[in-house]
Design a protein around this ligand. Structure first.
Ligand SMILES: Nc1ncnc2c1ncn2[C@@H]1O[C@H](COP(=O)(O)OP(=O)(O)OP(=O)(O)O)[C@@H](O)[C@H]1O
Ligand SMILES: [Mg+2]
Length: 312
């Protein structure tokens, strides 16, 4: 089975629910001396981070993901979870005296969110080297520490390993010149529509111009599906019908796992896009980013049901 090297973050997401409205506690005339405490009886901790999510989803599809990430000394529960899923941990490096990247998200009754994000060990991702992994058929540079993203992209390009550039929430970290270099090095670029418009703004390159520099430029559009610009054509990929819309977090990562799987299997873009699209729809029916579960056989059955054709 061809191996995919998944460079990006592995993180914990701690989600707390404040059963009231922030606006009852944050008074506009008092924001210059803010000192508030929210009681949050409900709390859960999820395994997350882009590399973790993409690797988890690719494994569900029957792929062979190798996540590459830097994590902290609190990583044990996550390590156990991935070991139980049979996902390779050889390139998940523990950085001494650091915490795993983590977000603390407090949500109120109006679905407002107050989030604190600690990057921790993620800021050392450049310590991991693409060259340390043998037999990589495809890579991805997903959101991670800035230096790591720059270095992993350069290393994939220098070794002639095709890779997907996925800037995601790391978009604010780079200049136009750096984005142009990433795109020149990459074989594929994936972004949601908001990120795609920022990429155009920063690089000064239109969607068509970016597409011309890679094998495929993939732009996802939430419930509206996605568009894969490849070979001078725009392949319109429909979204799949989710069984429920519970939590959109991580749909982008699930979609990318489908993309990797389709590319590695040599599928055409219409098929690769539909695999990715169905991965997003299966994710959205579950809270968190790694709680959906199915076998490759169940996936194939659902693919046929959704799209009316067998998964070749
Ligand atoms: N409501 C939905 N119904 C069906 N499919 C969806 C829905 N939301 C997302 N998807 C699928 O997941 C893909 C990726 O979603 P989206 O474009 O929202 O990514 P994103 O903004 O990067 O998400 P995130 O960063 O929160 O994971 C979409 O192209 C679509 O195929
Ligand atoms: Mg995203």
């Amino acid at each position: 089975m061809p191996r995919a090297l998944i460079c990006g973050s592995m993180a914990y997401d701690t989600i707390m629910v404040f059963e009231d409205h922030f606006k009852n506690h944050i008074l506009p005339n008092k924001v210059h001396m803010l000192n508030v405490s929210f009681l949050v009886p409900q709390m859960r901790r999820e395994f997350g981070g882009c590399a973790g999510n993409i690797a988890y989803n690719l494994k569900l599809l029957g792929g062979d993901p190798v996540p590459m990430a830097t994590v902290g000394q609190d990583f044990a529960p996550y390590r156990e979870w991935f070991a139980s899923q049979g996902i390779a941990l050889a390139h998940v490096r523990e950085v001494p005296d650091s915490f795993t990247a983590q977000a603390f998200i407090t949500t109120d009754r109006d679905n407002n969110q107050i989030t604190a994000f600690h990057p921790g060990a993620m800021g050392f991702s450049q310590q991991n080297k693409v060259g340390d992994v043998a037999d990589v058929a495809l890579g991805i540079v997903a959101p991670d520490g800035r230096d790591g993203m720059l270095q992993h992209a350069r290393d994939f390009a220098a070794r002639g390993i095709p890779f997907i550039f996925d800037p995601g929430q790391a978009l604010p970290l780079f200049t136009g010149e750096e984005f142009r270099a990433f795109i020149e090095q990459a074989d594929y670029v994936a972004a949601n529509s908001y990120e795609a418009s920022l990429l155009t703004e920063r690089t000064g390159w239109s969607e068509i111009e970016i597409a011309a520099k890679v094998k495929a430029y993939v732009v996802t559009r939430g419930a509206e599906g996605s568009i894969i610009h490849a070979g001078g054509k725009a392949h319109v990929i429909p979204s799949a019908r989710p069984s429920a819309v519970i939590d959109p977090t991580g749909c982008g990562d699930a979609y990318r796992a489908g993309l990797i799987h389709g590319i590695l299997r040599g599928c055409d873009w219409a098929t690769t896009g539909r695999i990715a699209s169905l991965m997003g729809a299966l994710k959205i029916a579950h809270p968190g980013t790694q709680n959906q579960r199915f076998t490759p056989g169940e996936f194939a059955t659902e693919y046929r049901r959704q799209f009316g054709q067998a998964l070749a």
